[in-house]
Design a protein around this ligand. Sequence first.
Ligand SMILES: NC(=O)c1ccc[n+]([C@@H]2O[C@H](COP(=O)([O-])OP(=O)(O)OC[C@H]3O[C@@H](n4cnc5c(N)ncnc54)[C@H](OP(=O)(O)O)[C@@H]3O)[C@@H](O)[C@H]2O)c1
Length: 230
Amino acid sequence: MADRPYTLLSCGISLDGYLDGASEERLLLSNDADLDRVDAVRAACDAILVGAATVRNDNPRLLVRTKARQDERVARGLSPSPMKVTVTAQAQLDACADFFAADETEKLVYCASRTVAQALSSLGSVATVVDGGEPVDMRWISEDLCARGVRRLMVEGGGTVHTQFLTAGLADELHLVVAPFFVGDSRARRFVSDGRFPWNPDRRATLAEVRRMDDVVLLRYALSDRFRMD
Ligand SMILES: NC(=O)c1ccc[n+]([C@@H]2O[C@H](COP(=O)([O-])OP(=O)(O)OC[C@H]3O[C@@H](n4cnc5c(N)ncnc54)[C@H](OP(=O)(O)O)[C@@H]3O)[C@@H](O)[C@H]2O)c1
């Protein structure tokens, strides 16, 4: 079996397990202390992956924010921020989204075979479009990223993507930040969809760390024997 990057899943959830609210407006689950922690985790990774719905809904920049962390990466011969990666079947992504902004980071779009031509035409000037097959398989993406030199991958959601990494046994570590409020609306996106997860009442995940950061808490789980505490 080809190798895959050490893979860390990261997200914030409400007390009732939602990734976002049900309205168009982006819900802030994190706080300043946690945003700084996420920045440090990003800086230590080679690539950051999000689903296309997150690119469309949240318009994230996915860059390392702190100058000192960018400088430290550059001193190591790296780009200031990790490679950005997304995955899509529909290829309905806006080339003007912040994800595709003209910064120094490499951008990869894994696209289902049937829409590759469309993706190349709309995104080919701002990203590398990769034919991901039909359907696009997260294990194949992981192995392809590894072949491109990605040794440490951070997956920042959303729920569809997290579900696939978890159910396929592709996650080595999970960072779950719990915000101190409820969403209380089942139209909102849950952390994961239905699925067969390797962790269940008979096989509990290992809680590796609990960290309080002002009013949120980080729950860090070791999900594979590759997990290492840093
Ligand atoms: N709280 C947090 O930390 C956090 C983090 C990230 C996101 N979010 C929230 O999560 C929500 C989005 O989550 P989501 O679950 O709806 O979407 P998502 O996981 O961000 O993206 C799902 C989309 O990714 C593409 N995709 C995923 N797997 C694929 C596969 N195997 N093959 C081809 N394409 C694939 C498809 O794009 P196409 O539709 O283009 O085909 C699919 O519709 C947003 O509301 C966002 O705010 C929260």
